[in-house]
Design a protein around this ligand. Structure first.
Ligand SMILES: Cc1ncc(COP(=O)(O)O)c(C=O)c1O
Length: 392
């Protein structure tokens, strides 16, 4: 039936990326060089923040952000159960306890009213996620955090280029963290970036990503500009969470093409919307009129009444027809490490669980043609009707 394999995601790599990576390779400077700084400037500017600190992954960025804020054992961090597991894992890395809050079924982000109730005397931070890049409620979370005088950490890994009420994602919290895995709006292969207006926090993160060296110390082992002894001087216990120059060069090229890439993703999302809007059994992603979406993924939901098993079979059939599809996201609290450690059960966060049982992420990247989108939508409709018939 399928004429071609349509993958779930694919990075948008042009000659510019290839040239910039090749140029960097030839430069001989593969770590701690000028590309990282250039990439940091691009992402910080795009997210309306003063400082960018490039790191080796979004997960590493979340870890450092929480550690730099001083979150630690005995603290609670309020967060969403409907995200990629790294959001909550970062809370465990620093020894704190995640307190989950159920979601609003429309935006798929934490319900602000429930969030306000969940903040208690042990809450040390709020870690909010723009689910699938939807920035709705970020302003409400920022107000709740301000009222309680606790920091908002924005896990904006899925939201580069998104905004809400004119404010760019990354700038809602004390600190924001982007991710650049190849399925994201732009990629560095692996990579991430911490953004903030807080210079002190940025410098602590710079130090932590670089083995605890001084933020503005020696840049390379033999740095001629630096005083002897600064490369092997460590102010704190840090990590090697640096982003290398090749990845940063890829990131710079991607940022130079950012508007073009996002416009293409918006056009693909529009194609899906037009073809699926009238399907009576599908719930499409909502875009708040006050938000701009740069489209991380395109996730539809089966209507209430469809079961998880039916959804899983539809995904399996799509894949058999070479249409990439996925179950974004299984709830974090029901993953074994969280169930075992905190005793969560099915029913703990019913809205997130009901949503999670019916989502289907469809192929989504800037290279999809109208023909590809037609094929995906037709195959989806066919698989749904076959599954529906099988119900008897
Ligand atoms: C919401 C969210 N948080 C954290 C991460 C982790 O980012 P990375 O895969 O770069 O470590 C991702 C991405 O995969 C994500 O989607």
């Amino acid at each position: 039936m399928s004429e071609q394999d349509i993958p779930l995601s694919r990075p948008d790599i042009s000659d510019l990326e290839v040239e910039m990576v090749a140029l960097t390779l030839r430069s001989g400077r593969l770590a701690l060089g000028p590309m990282v700084e250039r990439f940091e400037r691009h992402v910080a500017d795009r997210s309306g923040c003063a400082h960018g600190v490039a790191v080796s992954s979004g997960t590493a960025g979340l870890h450092l952000a929480l550690q730099a804020l001083g979150v630690g054992p005995g603290d609670e961090v309020v967060t969403t159960p409907f995200s990629f597991i790294a959001s909550a894992n970062a809370i465990l890395y620093v020894g704190a306890r995640p307190v989950f809050v159920d979601i609003d079924p429309c935006s798929l982000n934490m319900d602000p009213a429930r969030l306000a109730e969940a903040v208690g005397p042990r809450t040390r931070a709020i870690l909010a996620v723009e689910a699938f890049g939807n920035p709705k409620h970020m302003d409400a979370y920022a107000s709740i955090a301000a009222r309680h005088e606790i920091p908002l950490v924005e896990d904006c890994c899925e939201a580069l280029g998104c905004s809400h009420k004119g404010r760019a994602c990354g700038s809602f919290g004390r600190v924001g963290v982007f991710g650049f895995y190849p399925n994201k709006q732009i990629t560095t292969g692996e990579g991430g970036m911490i953004v903030t207006d807080d210079e002190r926090l940025a410098n602590v993160c710079r130090s932590l990503r670089n083995q605890g060296r001084a933020a503005r110390g020696a840049q390379t082992p033999g740095d001629p500009q630096a005083a002897l002894g600064t490369w092997l001087a460590h102010e704190r216990v840090g990590y090697n969470y640096r982003l290398d120059e090749l990845s940063a060069a890829l990131g710079v090229a991607q940022m130079r093409r950012f508007d073009e890439i996002v416009a293409r993703r918006q056009a693909v999302a529009q194609m899906y919307m037009e073809r699926l809007i009238d399907h009576p059994e599908l719930i499409l992603p909502t875009v708040d009129p006050e938000s701009v979406q740069s489209w991380f993924v395109f996730v539809v939901r089966l209507a209430t009444g469809w079961s998880r098993a039916e959804r899983d079979r539809i995904i399996a059939s799509l894949r058999r027809h070479e249409v990439g599809a996925a179950d974004y996201f299984p709830c974090i609290h029901l993953q074994p490490p969280y169930r075992e450690r905190f005793g969560f059960e099915e029913g703990s966060y019913p809205i997130a669980e009901a949503v999670s049982a019916r989502t289907i992420a469809l192929p989504f990247h800037s290279g999809l043609s109208e023909r590809d989108v037609d094929f995906v939508c037709q195959t989806l409709a066919l698989m749904m009707s076959r599954e529906g018939l099988g119900r008897g």
